[in-house]
Design a protein around this ligand. Structure first.
Ligand code: AMP
Ligand code: MG
Length: 421
């Protein structure tokens, strides 16, 4: 038996990040930037106002108070998006809206609230008077946003290698780019195997089961940032299995489920061996001990990495979480595939009798005392798929710990922070 880490290292040695593609900005969400994004201009490009109000010469407001306002002549009305060419002189002010560039000659903004404007009533004519009374002294630079206070021209705003989140999309748009160079999303072909496995939506014959694995894994593939391609269900015959595997060979990775445990029809293993180099491993983990990994020979001498997941649905999802996710992240150019592992107090006894690492499904939530607590989701059989749906975390019980007792602090791997069922 090999450890989870050994299995993951061996698997990851088959993967590297994919080619660079140019993508419309919004479609690149979750992908990794392949080149630095450099600002071609200052942001903001000009000094501008941070408030709606009046652009003034601060010196003109010296001594202004509620009872002794200073009266200034309003010489213009300036909206964001427009520039004033003429300079304002002593005793003059410009009515100005947030974001509009500072008129030449002005050095401060007096917000509406510090003028008589709110007292003049709400109709348009009353608001836009010939003069304004400033009721509070201001100082140079008050409420001014300065040119380049965010970004200098030539500055790298997002470095290559950064994952594009919503904030990065915003920053990249702010420098005027509508397309970005990113590492391509991998295509992951997914094949279920087994005579008993039936496509959802079709009638279920006696003794058959619906294909949970292909859909569960495809959803993970998409969530992790790759593109799932469902190849359907292969019957346990050499012909069908061979044909379906070949359909998946233009993908970046092939995932099969079932047929890797000991009791299976040998055809699966035969086909895997004939179409590529596939090893069968037993990984020191629970659920999901059996795992196949290798590479298929594709046309043109290409090798397509193959991850053979166990058939039991929980095993298949947990194995894909531990091995498929790092593989996808690596192809995307991401190194942050490690899930957060935190300490939580178990409220249940977690028995770990066969010296494997136990990833039990659990619900982790913060208690009133500020500590995290873990509750098992119930029966932990690897066929009990609703236990995955009930969980937001997996316990990480070490191989050499036979039991964690209620009240013990254990490691839990958070799968989902947002959603505690
Ligand atoms: P196997 O690895 O073929 O021995 O399958 C182990 C268990 O997983 C059996 O109970 C299978 O019926 C079940 N199984 C296999 N494939 C799927 C699938 N695609 N969806 C749900 N269960 C499956
Ligand atoms: Mg089977």
């Amino acid at each position: 038996m090999i450890s989870v880490e050994d299995a993951r290292d061996r698997i990851l040695s088959f993967f590297s990040r994919l080619e660079v593609e140019r993508k419309p900005l919004l479609d690149a969400l979750g992908q990794v930037l392949a080149e630095d994004i450099v600002a071609p201009f200052d942001i903001p490009p000009l000094d501008n106002t941070a408030m709606d109000g009046y652009a003034v010469r601060a010196a003109d407001t010296t001594g202004a108070t509620q009872s002794s306002p200073r009266t200034l002549r309003v010489v213009a009305d300036l909206a964001a998006g427009y520039i004033m060419e003429a300079a304002i002189g002593p005793g003059e002010a410009v009515r100005i809206m947030t974001g509009a560039p500072m008129p030449p000659g002005s050095d401060a903004i007096v917000p509406f609230e510090e003028t008589d404007e709110p007292l003049r009533g709400v109709n348009e004519a009353a608001r836009k008077a010939q003069t304004v009374q400033v009721m509070k002294a201001t100082h140079p630079a008050a409420n001014v946003r300065f040119r380049a206070e965010d970004v200098n021209a030539g500055q790298t705003v997002i470095p290559a290698g950064r994952v594009i989140r919503a904030s990065e999309v915003g920053v990249i748009a702010s420098v005027g780019l509508s397309e970005v160079p990113v590492y391509r999303r991998p295509v992951v072909a997914i094949l279920s195997t087994g005579d008993e496995v039936t496509e959802p939506g079709q009638p279920l014959l006696p003794g058959r089961i619906y294909d949970a694995n292909a859909y569960g894994v495809a959803a993970m593939v998409r969530k992790f940032g790759a593109i799932p391609r469902l190849l359907g269900i292969a019957r346990d015959t050499v012909e069908d299995l061979t044909a379906k595997i070949r359909e998946g060979l233009d993908a970046d990775m092939l995932v099969t489920s079932a047929g890797v445990s000991r009791g299976d029809f040998d055809v699966v293993k035969d086909v895997l061996a004939r179409e590529g180099d596939v090893d069968f491993w037993t990984v020191r983990m629970k659920p999901g001990k059996p795992l196949a990994f290798g590479a298929f020979n594709a046309p043109g001498g290409r090798k397509v990495p193959h991850l053979g997941l166990p058939g039991n649905p929980v095993s298949s999802m947990v194995s894909f979480e531990l091995f498929g996710r790092p593989a996808i992240f690596t192809m995307l150019g991401r190194t942050d595939w490690e899930r957060p592992v935190i300490k939580a107090v178990t409220r249940d006894s977690v028995k770990n009798t066969d010296a494997r690492r136990f990833y039990a499904r659990c619900i982790v939530a913060r208690g009133d005392d500020g500590r995290y607590y873990a509750d098992l989701t119930g029966p932990q059989g690897s066929g009990i798929l609703t236990s995955m749906s009930a969980a937001n975390a997996l316990t990480v019980i070490p191989e050499d710990l036979p039991e964690a007792f209620p009240g013990d602090e254990i490691d839990v791997m958070m799968l989902d922070w947002e959603h505690a069922p």
